[in-house]
Design a protein around this ligand. Structure first.
Ligand SMILES: Cc1cc2nc3c(=O)[nH]c(=O)nc-3n(C[C@H](O)[C@H](O)[C@H](O)COP(=O)(O)OP(=O)(O)OC[C@H]3O[C@@H](n4cnc5c(N)ncnc54)[C@H](O)[C@@H]3O)c2cc1C
Length: 489
């Protein structure tokens, strides 16, 4: 392949896809390249999924400014893009006198950052809202614009809208080097060939410094900082209703307890500096630290309902703030790097900033009159009302065939996940889009069935179906008795 684009975006996480969607507003030829078979497989898939209000980051930092603006943009775009966001509010809980002083500092910092609606709650008010909090609770800072979201869903919504507006997304396309000539970028060498481009956006997450170095820009380094989590089953119910933080430390916002948009509860993360950018292991020590942190805030948290554990890597840059600027000594390369927390929340605002940088770097931006900001409304079968369910089954009987029993995902939902723009190509791709395999049995029942459906729909043999990453084949050969999902009936 030899291709040409006006802008190449490296990285299909929340930042790359938000930039793609923002640039899709203009008459440009844009290509987004992602090394994995699916989008949202880097840090964007493993984080606390919190829409941060913006009181945490130091006044004047990019983190603070872009957090508050990003939160505002998500709320503005929620409907048009069909984003799964719940504004359940966040609480920072103080359990000692020192903590109460921290709450006042955060309140003032939030005011200076422009966070709307912050209030300090008394012990009684906070315990009334969250009765399971430790009796040591002395008060809390409440942020009504704090919330939770579905990070995959949001990333896919940005990507899908970008594709509907003409952006090309290439998965399994790894950038090996940024080609520079006379201190100006001329394109990228990828695992699928050369893509010529005058502007390149580096949104490669923990690998952003490797991309930068390949263009001879050594101006920053990324130091991964791991965070581990435990996810609790839905049976825990509304044990907590808000996002609950302890008072923060210098390196982290502390062990959080929060519901997810899919009615689970999670606890975590810790914060551990590591060297290996691929180390997503969870450890007994890490989980013990999470358990201790969770119990100190919510002593009765039902940890026996844990169904899985996972870890994510924060991409921490020198200086600790986001690195969003043109490269040093190379024209045409723009970094959106060091995007640690609150990068998920800040992403729409990061995208706006990247567009402004491109404009000031000389890229002509002419608005597309036919830009369509909306994604078609889409809900899973289980979330529909009864008459709509009957209509769906009448139109397509596959909506009546439940494939994942824990999460009530039907074959119709799975086909939609595979065939829509930026559709699923792997078992975990289906899981991220539908939740098939995310329930209590963690795919024990539906895994083989989803595998068969992928094989049939992608027209590939079962041994070619992958779990998630490039080489993650599930089977060496077809196993006798593997569940067959027949052609559409
Ligand atoms: C423990 C933890 C908790 C967090 N909690 C929150 C939170 O609650 N709220 C919040 O707002 N933020 C949170 N964050 C931060 C947030 O998750 C990140 O800021 C955000 O996901 C970063 O997105 P990204 O697109 O920059 O990076 P990524 O999601 O990592 O995307 C980068 C992409 O680039 C691809 N890539 C890399 N190299 C190449 C290459 N050579 N060629 C092609 N593709 C390449 C990768 O495969 C990846 O898909 C948290 C982070 C962590 C780790």
């Amino acid at each position: 392949m030899r291709k040409k684009a006006d802008v190449v975006i490296i990285g299909g996480g929340i930042v790359g896809t938000a930039v793609a969607r923002e640039l899709a507003r203009f008459k440009l030829d844009i290509t987004l390249v992602e090394q994995h078979p699916d989008l949202s497989m880097g840090t964007t898939k493993a984080n606390s999924a919190i829409l941060h209000a913006g009181f945490d980051a130091a006044v004047g930092t990019l983190k603070a400014k872009l957090n508050v603006r990003g939160n505002e943009l998500y709320r503005a775009w929620q409907e048009e893009l069909g984003l799964d966001i719940k504004l359940i509010g966040s609480l920072v809980v103080a359990t000692d006198e020192e903590g109460l002083l921290v709450l006042e500092q955060l309140h003032e910092r939030g005011r200076q950052n422009g966070v709307p609606g912050l209030v300090l709650l008394s012990r009684e008010a906070v315990l009334e809202r969250e009765p399971h909090l430790t009796p040591a609770t002395l008060g809390a800072l409440f942020a009504p614009t704090g919330g939770i979201m579905d990070p995959f869903g949001v990333t896919l919504a940005f990507a899908e809208n970008a594709v509907r507006n003409g952006v090309e997304v290439l998965t399994e396309c790894k950038v090996e080097q940024v080609e520079v000539s006379d201190d100006e970028v001329v394109g990228v060498h990828t695992s699928q060939g050369f893509i010529e481009a005058r502007y390149i956006i580096n949104a490669a997450g923990v690998h952003a410094d490797d991309i930068s170095r390949s263009a001879n820009d050594h101006s920053f380094a990324i130091h991964p900082r791991k965070g581990e989590y435990m996810l609790l089953d839905k049976s825990v119910g509304n044990f907590v209703r808000s996002v609950i933080f302890p008072t923060p430390s210098k390196v982290s916002k502390g062990i959080v307890i929060a519901p997810t948009v899919h009615h689970n509860t999670f606890v975590g993360p810790n914060a551990l500096a590591i060297d290996d950018k691929e180390d997503l292991s969870t450890t007994a020590e890490g989980l013990a630290a999470i358990v201790a942190g969770a119990k100190s805030l919510v002593p009765g948290v039902p940890l026996n309902a844990a169904i899985t554990q996972f870890a994510g890597l924060r991409a921490v840059a020198d200086g600790d703030d986001f690195v969003i600027r043109p490269a040093t000594g190379v024209r045409g390369l723009i970094h959106a790097a060091g995007i640690q927390s609150p990068g998920l929340t800040a992403a729409p605002a990061i995208a706006e900033m990247v567009v402004d940088i491109l404009r000031s770097e000389g890229l002509s931006l002419h608005a597309k009159i036919d830009f369509c900001p909306e994604n078609p409304a889409r809900a899973l079968f289980r979330d529909q009302e009864a008459p709509e369910k009957q209509k769906l089954i009448a139109e397509n009987p596959l909506y009546g065939r439940v494939i994942c029993r824990c999460e009530m995902v039907t074959e119709g939902d799975i086909l939609d996940a595979i065939h829509r723009p930026c559709g699923a190509r792997t078992l975990d791709g289906v899981k991220r889009r539908t939740r098939a395999g995310m329930g209590r049995c963690q795919g024990g029942f539906c895994g083989p069935r989803v595998t068969s459906i992928l094989s049939r729909e992608l027209k590939i043999p079962i041994p070619a179906v992958r779990k998630d990453t490039a080489g993650s084949f599930l089977f060496f050969d077809k196993i006798r008795g593997t569940h067959e999902v027949k052609d559409h009936e």
